[in-house]
Design a binder for this molecule. Structure first.
Ligand SMILES: Nc1ncnc2c1ncn2[C@@H]1O[C@H](COP(=O)(O)OP(=O)(O)O)[C@@H](O)[C@H]1O
Ligand SMILES: [Mg+2]
Length: 282
């Protein structure tokens, strides 16, 4: 498996402020990779460096086999898609005309517009003026804009923040479909549930440093206490360690019909983040 992104010892300093202390990680081709962290942890700065909007202070950054020094080229820009805070649309143009402009910019065929509008479920808004769209609809037009030239790799900076659960789920389905078709996705979020649902691997960013990097399942297993939590019909709550010596106790509870619920302790990504960094993910 090739790496779509390679980051080695990346550092970013803004004047007195060190936004990224030292970052090293790889993203494999075909992955959905999530960079997770609270506000101010350095997510947007990382995306800006990976997409060529900002230069790193030191360290090596390589995206799709291209070194950061070449990120200004049209060849690089045509290979990646970006959805960020400062992605914008022409408010007075229609949805279709906005996408037409981006098609021209990226030399993408105009027939892609209707295909992508179907994907993001905006066929009915095709001729609507952007200023008349809801926030969720605008976000989906921005996503269409990021994808119109069929990039191999897309960067999404908090793609669903401020969207309602319905719109969020719709965007998630779209991203999963896109990924199944072979697109690598790098996204940032502070939404743990989103990361859990979407990402093959997640990296925890805190104060410009990576604290953990693994699949959501592996992290949940790593931070599990490996105990059974049992609630009985009489209201008792038991925590029984998962070891041979406790088998009789568990068997007895089941044999006596006392078990109302039983599950292994599986912390959420949010709980793990708090444990690792001492900070809530907001
Ligand atoms: N252009 C800039 N000049 C100075 N400081 C900046 C600049 N951009 C970001 N920062 C600082 O870098 C840190 C990381 O910011 P950012 O990458 O936007 O975090 P996030 O996206 O995780 O909220 C913050 O402390 C922020 O204030
Ligand atoms: Mg940000």
């Amino acid at each position: 498996m090739e790496n779509a992104i390679e980051v080695n010892g990346m550092r970013k300093v803004f004047g007195q402020k060190t936004a990224i202390k030292q970052l090293s990680f790889n993203v494999e081709e075909g992955e959905i990779f999530g960079l997770l962290g609270p506000s101010g942890s350095g997510k947007t700065t990382t995306i800006k460096i990976l997409t060529g909007e900002l230069g790193q202070t030191s360290g090596n950054v390589n995206v799709l086999g291209i070194d950061a020094k070449q990120f200004g080229t049209a060849d690089f820009k045509s290979k990646i898609g970006i959805l960020s805070d400062n992605s914008s649309l022409y408010e007075r143009l229609t949805v279709y005309d906005n996408l037409k402009l981006f098609c021209k910019l990226y030399h993408a065929p105009l027939k892609e517009i209707d295909v992508i509008l179907r994907e993001v479920n905006l066929e009915d808004e095709r001729t609507k003026t952007v200023s008349k769209l809801s926030k969720g609809m605008k976000q989906r037009v921005l996503l269409a804009k990021a994808l119109i030239h069929k990039p191999k790799l897309v960067f999404l900076d908090e793609p669903t923040s401020a969207l309602d659960p319905g719109n969020m789920a719709q965007i998630h389905r779209g991203l999963q479909k896109l990924n199944e078709a072979g697109t690598t996705i790098f996204l940032t979020t502070h939404n743990m549930e989103e990361a859990n649902v979407l990402c093959d691997r997640v990296a925890f960013l805190h104060n410009g440093e990576l604290q953990e990097l693994d699949s959501p399942n592996a992290l949940r297993y790593k931070y599990s206490t490996h105990a059974f939590h049992v609630e009985t019909f009489t209201g008792d709550k038991l925590v029984i360690e998962n070891k041979r010596g406790n088998a009789d106790q568990i068997r007895e509870l089941i044999a006596n019909g006392q078990v109302k619920t039983m599950h292994t302790d599986n912390p959420t990504l949010g709980q793990i983040f708090l444990k690792v960094t001492g900070k809530e993910l907001v």
